[in-house]
Design a protein around this ligand. Structure first.
Ligand code: GA4
Length: 325
Protein backbone atom coordinates (compact mmCIF):
# COMPACT_ATOMS: atom_id res chain seq x y z
CA UNK A 1 0.00 0.00 0.00
CA UNK A 2 1.23 3.49 -0.81
CA UNK A 3 1.55 5.63 2.31
CA UNK A 4 1.96 9.29 1.41
CA UNK A 5 4.00 11.35 3.84
CA UNK A 6 2.01 13.43 6.31
CA UNK A 7 1.14 16.89 5.12
CA UNK A 8 2.82 19.88 6.61
CA UNK A 9 1.37 23.31 5.99
CA UNK A 10 -0.11 26.33 7.68
CA UNK A 11 -3.68 25.61 8.67
CA UNK A 12 -5.99 28.50 9.48
CA UNK A 13 -6.35 29.31 13.17
CA UNK A 14 -9.73 29.08 14.87
CA UNK A 15 -10.06 32.84 14.51
CA UNK A 16 -9.65 32.67 10.71
CA UNK A 17 -11.94 29.67 10.52
CA UNK A 18 -14.61 31.61 12.38
CA UNK A 19 -14.54 34.24 9.61
CA UNK A 20 -16.13 31.48 7.67
CA UNK A 21 -16.73 30.84 4.06
CA UNK A 22 -19.05 33.18 2.13
CA UNK A 23 -22.57 31.86 1.66
CA UNK A 24 -24.73 32.83 -1.28
CA UNK A 25 -28.43 32.42 -0.67
CA UNK A 26 -30.00 32.10 -4.12
CA UNK A 27 -33.42 33.08 -2.73
CA UNK A 28 -32.13 36.58 -1.94
CA UNK A 29 -33.14 39.68 -3.88
CA UNK A 30 -31.35 39.68 -7.25
CA UNK A 31 -29.50 43.01 -7.39
CA UNK A 32 -28.05 42.41 -3.94
CA UNK A 33 -27.22 38.83 -4.91
CA UNK A 34 -25.09 39.71 -7.93
CA UNK A 35 -22.92 42.06 -5.84
CA UNK A 36 -22.48 39.40 -3.14
CA UNK A 37 -21.43 36.82 -5.74
CA UNK A 38 -18.86 39.18 -7.27
CA UNK A 39 -17.46 39.99 -3.81
CA UNK A 40 -17.11 36.30 -2.91
CA UNK A 41 -15.40 35.58 -6.25
CA UNK A 42 -12.98 38.46 -5.70
CA UNK A 43 -12.14 37.77 -2.07
CA UNK A 44 -12.11 33.98 -1.91
CA UNK A 45 -12.76 32.58 -5.40
CA UNK A 46 -14.96 30.26 -3.39
CA UNK A 47 -18.41 30.20 -1.79
CA UNK A 48 -21.22 28.00 -0.57
CA UNK A 49 -24.60 28.07 -2.30
CA UNK A 50 -27.82 27.52 -0.35
CA UNK A 51 -31.48 27.59 -1.45
CA UNK A 52 -30.42 26.31 -4.86
CA UNK A 53 -33.67 24.48 -5.67
CA UNK A 54 -31.91 21.27 -6.71
CA UNK A 55 -34.20 18.41 -5.62
CA UNK A 56 -32.51 16.33 -2.93
CA UNK A 57 -33.68 13.16 -4.71
CA UNK A 58 -31.53 14.02 -7.74
CA UNK A 59 -28.48 14.30 -5.50
CA UNK A 60 -29.41 11.15 -3.56
CA UNK A 61 -29.79 9.11 -6.75
CA UNK A 62 -26.30 10.01 -7.97
CA UNK A 63 -24.86 9.41 -4.51
CA UNK A 64 -26.40 5.95 -4.57
CA UNK A 65 -25.04 5.12 -8.03
CA UNK A 66 -21.59 6.31 -6.98
CA UNK A 67 -21.65 4.29 -3.77
CA UNK A 68 -22.75 1.19 -5.66
CA UNK A 69 -19.98 1.56 -8.23
CA UNK A 70 -17.18 2.21 -5.73
CA UNK A 71 -18.27 -0.75 -3.58
CA UNK A 72 -17.59 -3.17 -6.45
CA UNK A 73 -14.48 -5.36 -6.43
CA UNK A 74 -11.44 -3.63 -8.03
CA UNK A 75 -11.23 -5.98 -10.99
CA UNK A 76 -14.78 -4.98 -11.97
CA UNK A 77 -14.16 -1.27 -11.49
CA UNK A 78 -11.00 -1.47 -13.59
CA UNK A 79 -13.05 -2.60 -16.57
CA UNK A 80 -14.36 0.99 -16.67
CA UNK A 81 -10.82 2.38 -16.89
CA UNK A 82 -8.35 3.84 -17.42
CA UNK A 83 -9.60 7.39 -17.05
CA UNK A 84 -7.70 8.65 -20.06
CA UNK A 85 -9.54 10.62 -21.03
CA UNK A 86 -12.73 9.28 -19.35
CA UNK A 87 -13.68 6.37 -17.10
CA UNK A 88 -12.44 4.86 -13.85
CA UNK A 89 -9.12 5.84 -12.31
CA UNK A 90 -7.36 5.24 -9.01
CA UNK A 91 -4.24 6.64 -7.33
CA UNK A 92 -2.96 8.26 -10.52
CA UNK A 93 -4.16 11.77 -11.28
CA UNK A 94 -3.53 13.06 -14.81
CA UNK A 95 -0.76 11.82 -17.11
CA UNK A 96 2.37 13.25 -15.40
CA UNK A 97 2.92 11.24 -12.24
CA UNK A 98 0.59 12.97 -9.76
CA UNK A 99 -0.88 10.63 -7.19
CA UNK A 100 -3.52 10.72 -4.48
CA UNK A 101 -5.28 8.45 -2.02
CA UNK A 102 -8.46 8.16 -4.07
CA UNK A 103 -10.41 6.44 -6.81
CA UNK A 104 -12.68 8.26 -9.22
CA UNK A 105 -14.96 8.32 -12.22
CA UNK A 106 -14.31 11.02 -14.79
CA UNK A 107 -17.12 11.60 -17.30
CA UNK A 108 -17.70 14.05 -20.11
CA UNK A 109 -20.92 15.92 -19.34
CA UNK A 110 -22.33 15.63 -22.86
CA UNK A 111 -25.48 13.38 -22.80
CA UNK A 112 -24.30 11.22 -25.71
CA UNK A 113 -20.95 10.66 -24.05
CA UNK A 114 -22.65 9.81 -20.73
CA UNK A 115 -24.87 7.21 -22.41
CA UNK A 116 -21.85 5.64 -24.12
CA UNK A 117 -19.53 5.41 -21.12
CA UNK A 118 -22.31 4.21 -18.78
CA UNK A 119 -22.20 0.86 -20.59
CA UNK A 120 -18.74 0.18 -19.17
CA UNK A 121 -19.60 1.45 -15.67
CA UNK A 122 -22.91 0.00 -14.55
CA UNK A 123 -24.82 -3.25 -14.94
CA UNK A 124 -27.97 -1.21 -15.43
CA UNK A 125 -26.37 1.34 -17.73
CA UNK A 126 -29.68 2.99 -18.67
CA UNK A 127 -30.39 3.75 -15.03
CA UNK A 128 -26.84 5.01 -14.38
CA UNK A 129 -26.90 7.17 -17.47
CA UNK A 130 -30.34 8.63 -16.63
CA UNK A 131 -29.25 9.52 -13.11
CA UNK A 132 -25.99 11.16 -14.26
CA UNK A 133 -27.71 13.13 -17.03
CA UNK A 134 -30.37 14.33 -14.63
CA UNK A 135 -27.71 15.51 -12.14
CA UNK A 136 -25.72 17.25 -14.87
CA UNK A 137 -28.84 19.07 -16.09
CA UNK A 138 -29.74 20.49 -12.66
CA UNK A 139 -26.21 21.38 -11.65
CA UNK A 140 -25.70 23.04 -15.04
CA UNK A 141 -28.72 25.25 -14.28
CA UNK A 142 -27.20 26.32 -10.94
CA UNK A 143 -23.91 27.06 -12.72
CA UNK A 144 -25.65 29.14 -15.38
CA UNK A 145 -27.59 31.07 -12.77
CA UNK A 146 -24.33 31.90 -10.97
CA UNK A 147 -22.61 32.91 -14.21
CA UNK A 148 -25.55 35.21 -15.07
CA UNK A 149 -25.19 36.79 -11.62
CA UNK A 150 -21.45 37.25 -12.17
CA UNK A 151 -22.09 38.97 -15.49
CA UNK A 152 -24.77 41.19 -13.93
CA UNK A 153 -22.56 42.09 -10.97
CA UNK A 154 -19.66 42.98 -13.27
CA UNK A 155 -21.88 45.11 -15.51
CA UNK A 156 -21.13 43.06 -18.63
CA UNK A 157 -23.42 43.97 -21.57
CA UNK A 158 -24.03 40.45 -22.90
CA UNK A 159 -26.26 39.20 -20.06
CA UNK A 160 -26.02 35.51 -20.89
CA UNK A 161 -22.58 35.59 -22.52
CA UNK A 162 -20.99 33.17 -20.05
CA UNK A 163 -23.89 30.81 -19.34
CA UNK A 164 -24.40 30.40 -23.10
CA UNK A 165 -20.98 28.74 -23.34
CA UNK A 166 -21.98 26.16 -20.73
CA UNK A 167 -25.40 25.51 -22.31
CA UNK A 168 -23.76 25.04 -25.73
CA UNK A 169 -24.12 21.44 -26.95
CA UNK A 170 -20.36 21.38 -27.56
CA UNK A 171 -19.49 22.63 -24.07
CA UNK A 172 -16.49 20.65 -22.80
CA UNK A 173 -17.78 20.39 -19.21
CA UNK A 174 -16.98 17.27 -17.19
CA UNK A 175 -18.37 15.48 -14.16
CA UNK A 176 -16.12 13.80 -11.65
CA UNK A 177 -16.96 11.53 -8.72
CA UNK A 178 -14.15 11.16 -6.22
CA UNK A 179 -14.10 8.44 -3.60
CA UNK A 180 -11.59 8.81 -0.77
CA UNK A 181 -11.48 5.57 1.21
CA UNK A 182 -10.84 5.82 4.96
CA UNK A 183 -7.17 5.90 5.95
CA UNK A 184 -5.81 2.46 6.73
CA UNK A 185 -2.59 3.66 8.35
CA UNK A 186 -2.72 6.20 11.14
CA UNK A 187 0.21 8.59 11.51
CA UNK A 188 1.46 9.51 14.93
CA UNK A 189 0.46 13.12 15.58
CA UNK A 190 -0.63 13.97 12.06
CA UNK A 191 -3.25 11.69 10.60
CA UNK A 192 -3.65 13.45 7.27
CA UNK A 193 -2.76 12.14 3.87
CA UNK A 194 -3.26 13.78 0.51
CA UNK A 195 -6.39 12.64 -1.27
CA UNK A 196 -6.07 15.19 -4.07
CA UNK A 197 -3.10 17.57 -4.08
CA UNK A 198 -3.20 21.36 -4.22
CA UNK A 199 -4.31 22.83 -7.54
CA UNK A 200 -6.69 25.27 -9.16
CA UNK A 201 -9.32 24.04 -11.59
CA UNK A 202 -8.59 24.95 -15.20
CA UNK A 203 -12.25 25.45 -16.24
CA UNK A 204 -14.57 28.43 -15.77
CA UNK A 205 -16.52 27.42 -12.67
CA UNK A 206 -16.63 24.31 -10.46
CA UNK A 207 -19.70 23.15 -8.54
CA UNK A 208 -18.86 20.64 -5.83
CA UNK A 209 -20.99 18.66 -3.43
CA UNK A 210 -19.89 15.94 -1.04
CA UNK A 211 -21.26 13.59 1.56
CA UNK A 212 -21.02 14.55 5.23
CA UNK A 213 -17.27 13.86 5.54
CA UNK A 214 -14.76 16.72 5.61
CA UNK A 215 -11.42 16.94 3.81
CA UNK A 216 -11.67 19.86 1.38
CA UNK A 217 -9.43 22.82 2.13
CA UNK A 218 -9.06 26.10 0.28
CA UNK A 219 -5.97 28.30 0.18
CA UNK A 220 -6.82 31.83 1.26
CA UNK A 221 -5.31 35.11 0.05
CA UNK A 222 -3.61 35.27 3.49
CA UNK A 223 -1.67 32.10 2.66
CA UNK A 224 -3.56 29.75 4.97
CA UNK A 225 -5.30 26.46 4.33
CA UNK A 226 -8.93 26.83 5.41
CA UNK A 227 -10.82 23.59 6.10
CA UNK A 228 -14.30 23.60 4.55
CA UNK A 229 -16.91 22.00 6.79
CA UNK A 230 -18.91 19.46 4.76
CA UNK A 231 -22.46 20.36 3.81
CA UNK A 232 -24.16 17.50 1.95
CA UNK A 233 -27.34 19.39 1.09
CA UNK A 234 -25.62 22.38 -0.48
CA UNK A 235 -23.00 23.18 -3.11
CA UNK A 236 -19.58 24.78 -3.07
CA UNK A 237 -18.50 26.91 -6.00
CA UNK A 238 -14.93 27.57 -7.10
CA UNK A 239 -13.62 30.10 -9.58
CA UNK A 240 -11.53 28.37 -12.24
CA UNK A 241 -8.60 29.64 -14.33
CA UNK A 242 -10.79 30.54 -17.32
CA UNK A 243 -12.95 32.89 -15.26
CA UNK A 244 -9.78 34.46 -13.85
CA UNK A 245 -8.72 35.25 -17.42
CA UNK A 246 -12.18 36.46 -18.47
CA UNK A 247 -12.24 38.92 -15.55
CA UNK A 248 -8.65 39.96 -16.35
CA UNK A 249 -7.51 38.81 -12.91
CA UNK A 250 -10.27 40.55 -10.91
CA UNK A 251 -11.34 37.08 -9.80
CA UNK A 252 -8.66 34.55 -8.91
CA UNK A 253 -9.03 30.81 -9.32
CA UNK A 254 -8.91 29.21 -5.90
CA UNK A 255 -6.23 26.71 -4.95
CA UNK A 256 -7.70 23.79 -3.06
CA UNK A 257 -6.88 20.25 -1.98
CA UNK A 258 -8.58 17.28 -0.36
CA UNK A 259 -7.11 15.52 2.66
CA UNK A 260 -8.14 12.11 3.90
CA UNK A 261 -7.93 11.99 7.65
CA UNK A 262 -10.93 10.14 8.88
CA UNK A 263 -12.28 6.72 9.50
CA UNK A 264 -15.10 7.39 7.05
CA UNK A 265 -15.11 7.44 3.28
CA UNK A 266 -15.60 10.79 1.56
CA UNK A 267 -17.40 10.96 -1.74
CA UNK A 268 -17.69 14.11 -3.80
CA UNK A 269 -19.44 14.90 -7.07
CA UNK A 270 -17.97 17.77 -9.02
CA UNK A 271 -19.15 19.52 -12.16
CA UNK A 272 -16.49 21.48 -14.04
CA UNK A 273 -18.12 24.00 -16.37
CA UNK A 274 -16.10 24.67 -19.52
CA UNK A 275 -16.68 26.31 -22.92
CA UNK A 276 -16.47 24.45 -26.26
CA UNK A 277 -12.93 23.38 -27.25
CA UNK A 278 -12.63 25.91 -30.08
CA UNK A 279 -13.83 28.86 -27.95
CA UNK A 280 -11.39 31.78 -27.73
CA UNK A 281 -10.76 32.85 -24.17
CA UNK A 282 -9.74 36.44 -23.41
CA UNK A 283 -10.69 39.11 -20.86
CA UNK A 284 -14.26 40.39 -21.35
CA UNK A 285 -14.22 43.83 -23.06
CA UNK A 286 -15.74 45.41 -19.93
CA UNK A 287 -12.81 44.15 -17.86
CA UNK A 288 -10.18 45.93 -19.95
CA UNK A 289 -9.71 49.70 -20.29
CA UNK A 290 -6.34 50.62 -21.84
CA UNK A 291 -3.99 52.26 -21.20
CA UNK A 292 -4.42 51.93 -17.39
CA UNK A 293 -5.99 48.50 -17.41
CA UNK A 294 -4.56 46.45 -20.28
CA UNK A 295 -5.31 42.79 -20.83
CA UNK A 296 -3.02 40.73 -18.59
CA UNK A 297 -3.48 37.62 -20.75
CA UNK A 298 -3.01 36.57 -24.36
CA UNK A 299 -6.06 35.12 -26.09
CA UNK A 300 -6.12 31.32 -26.39
CA UNK A 301 -8.63 28.58 -27.12
CA UNK A 302 -9.92 26.23 -24.46
CA UNK A 303 -8.28 23.38 -26.43
CA UNK A 304 -4.89 25.14 -26.18
CA UNK A 305 -5.37 25.70 -22.47
CA UNK A 306 -6.31 22.08 -21.93
CA UNK A 307 -3.25 20.94 -23.82
CA UNK A 308 -1.03 23.08 -21.59
CA UNK A 309 -2.87 21.78 -18.50
CA UNK A 310 -2.28 18.17 -19.39
CA UNK A 311 1.39 18.79 -20.20
CA UNK A 312 2.03 20.06 -16.65
CA UNK A 313 1.77 18.69 -13.12
CA UNK A 314 -1.35 19.08 -11.00
CA UNK A 315 -0.05 21.93 -8.83
CA UNK A 316 1.71 23.89 -11.61
CA UNK A 317 0.55 27.37 -12.48
CA UNK A 318 -0.54 27.05 -16.11
CA UNK A 319 -1.82 30.61 -16.41
CA UNK A 320 1.75 31.91 -16.37
CA UNK A 321 2.16 30.49 -19.88
CA UNK A 322 -0.59 32.76 -21.16
CA UNK A 323 0.39 36.10 -19.64
CA UNK A 324 0.72 39.06 -22.00
CA UNK A 325 4.28 40.46 -22.21
C1 GA4 B 1 -8.12 19.31 -12.01
C2 GA4 B 1 -9.64 19.56 -12.16
C3 GA4 B 1 -10.39 18.34 -12.74
O1 GA4 B 1 -10.50 17.33 -11.75
C4 GA4 B 1 -9.65 17.76 -13.97
C5 GA4 B 1 -8.27 17.32 -13.50
C6 GA4 B 1 -7.37 16.64 -14.54
C7 GA4 B 1 -7.46 15.11 -14.44
O2 GA4 B 1 -7.62 14.56 -13.36
O3 GA4 B 1 -7.31 14.48 -15.50
C8 GA4 B 1 -5.94 17.19 -14.27
C9 GA4 B 1 -6.13 18.37 -13.26
C10 GA4 B 1 -7.61 18.65 -13.28
C11 GA4 B 1 -5.29 19.61 -13.64
C12 GA4 B 1 -3.87 19.28 -14.17
C13 GA4 B 1 -3.83 17.99 -15.01
C14 GA4 B 1 -5.23 17.68 -15.52
C15 GA4 B 1 -4.92 16.21 -13.74
C16 GA4 B 1 -3.62 16.87 -14.06
C17 GA4 B 1 -2.48 16.54 -13.50
C18 GA4 B 1 -10.48 16.71 -14.67
C19 GA4 B 1 -9.23 18.89 -14.88
O4 GA4 B 1 -9.83 19.32 -15.84
O5 GA4 B 1 -8.01 19.38 -14.49
Amino acid sequence: MVVPSPTSSKIASNKTKAMGIPTIDLSMERSQLSQTVVKACEEYGFFRVVNHNVPKEVIARLEEEGAEFFSKPSHEKRRAGPASPFGYGFTNIGPNGDMGDLEYLLLHANPLSIAQISKTIANDSTKFSTVVKEYVEVVKEVTCEILDLVVEGLGVADKSGLSRLIRDFDSDSVLRMNHYPPLKVKWKGNKNSIGFGAHSDPQMLTIMRSNDVGGLQIYTREGLWLPVPPDPTNFFVMVGDVLQVMTNGKFMSVRHRALTNTSEARMSMIYFAAPPLDWWIAPLPEMVSPPENESVYKAFTWAQYKEATYSLRLGDSRLDLFRAQ
